[in-house]
Design a protein around this ligand. Structure first.
Ligand code: SOE
Length: 387
């Protein structure tokens, strides 16, 4: 079997999640190409070596540009903060490497446009790119999309989506790159709001046409971090400004005429990683919460009203998307499986010679929605999403 050499840039939370995906995918799924974990890249030589040993990589580099010239790297996986996505992804595509880029695609619409242009040019040469909206690959979510496409809930009228976390609700939680506009582009809006924009559009097969939104930064100054990794860190004695939103709320109109209500916050005390989506259609409804991620709730409005009611579908059966490769029926999946499914879909598309989804163009459209929410919050006006 042909090998697909992987070079992964970044080794914190997302780097670790992607590493396990690259390792697990060929062990559980029959892949058409064999991913080889060849190079882990990070700026600190000792730290990247320690991470490579722990996460199972064959070698390391400290300069991402070196990956572009390596014959044993065919795919670059970008797990860095958003401020370097455009530069790395465009250079990688121009060097003839396939690219998987973490979400959101970029920090600005202009960067996302440049990345999309590079991706479209590379695609003509057989070079593939994908943006990592991983939650699409949760079996219950993939099942929800299938049910909507099959007409099981009829015409979609309402889209209700929340992404709720609380990891910075303590005002003394230290600053991380995720609270720095230069590094992250935006706060809750881009980090987690982007996921629910993608998920609702993915499930409904529809697109957001216009938005009205409001952003808020509740805690404007925090201790600088003495050290920080993933979502936690320790505080130093110095303080610095929070330059992104803590929370974003927005209402939307979809192209079909459906109405959407969205909320993304890192201040929902007690909610750890609650991605809640409810879709109401003319013939039924679907509801999902990532904190109980194996379940999809389905209401069939065509049933006898005497016994009709929301039904819990445990999306853990071999008939459900991705599940057959894992455990016997009823044995649950977790957060990491979505990343593994992402690798499976990407590698399969590369081998089939087709562009995987979500594409950079899909990432650009989501970037435009995020920018429109920000513009709306500043202008206090509805904003249309440009085509
Ligand atoms: C932090 O809010 C974060 O790690 C996001 O960046 C991820 O995309 C999400 O999967 C979990 O939360």
């Amino acid at each position: 079997m042909t090998n697909l050499g992987i070079g992964l840039i970044g080794y914190a939370f997302m780097g670790a999640a992607h590493s396990q995906a690259w390792r697990s995918a060929p062990r559980f799924f029959d892949l058409p190409l064999h991913p080889e974990l060849n190079v882990l890249c990070g700026r600190n030589a000792d730290a990247v070596q320690a991470a490579a040993t722990k996460l199972g990589w064959n070698g390391t580099e400290t300069d991402w540009r070196k990956l572009l010239g390596r014959d044993d790297v065919q795919l670059i996986d970008v797990c860095t903060p958003g401020d370097s996505h455009a530069e790395i992804a465009i250079a990688a595509l121009e060097a003839g490497k396939h690219v998987l880029c973490e979400k959101p695609l970029a920090n600005t619409v202009a960067e996302a446009e440049a990345m999309t242009a590079a991706a479209e040019k590379a695609s003509a040469q057989g070079i593939r790119s994908m943006v990592g909206f991983t939650y699409r690959r949760v079996p219950a979510i993939a099942l929800a999309r299938k049910l909507v496409a099959e007409g099981k809930i009829g015409t979609v009228r309402h889209v209700r989506a929340q992404y709720l976390q609380d990891w910075i609700s303590d005002p003394e939680a230290p600053l991380s790159w995720r609270l720095d506009k230069e590094k992250a582009g935006s706060g809750a809006l881009g980090d987690i709001g982007a996921h629910i924009v993608d998920l609702t559009q993915f499930i409904t097969g529809d697109r957001i046409a216009e938005v009205s939104g409001q952003l808020e930064t509740f805690v404007k100054e925090r201790p600088k971090a003495a050290e920080h990794s993933g979502l936690s860190g320790t505080a130093s004695t110095e303080r610095g400004p929070v330059t992104v939103d803590d929370a974003a709320v927005f209402i939307t109109k979809f192209k079909s005429g459906a109405l959407g209500v969205f909320e993304a916050t890192r201040f929902a005390t007690g909610r750890k990683n609650a991605i809640r989506i409810e879709i109401n259609g003319s013939a039924g409804s679907l509801a999902f919460d990532f904190e109980d991620m194996n379940l999809l709730h389905f209401y069939d409005a065509t049933e006898d009203p005497e016994t009709a009611g929301f039904r819990r579908i445990l999306a853990t059966e071999p008939v459900h998307p991705y599940v057959a490769a894992w455990w016997p029926p009823g044995h649950l999946l977790g957060y990491e499986h979505g990343f593994t499914h992402q690798v499976v879909d990407l590698v399969t598309a590369i081998a089939d010679g087709r562009d995987p989804e979500p594409s950079f163009a899909d990432g650009l459209q989501i970037q435009r929605v995020l920018a429109a929410v920000e513009d709306s919050s500043n202008s206090r006006q509805w904003q249309e999403i440009p085509e």
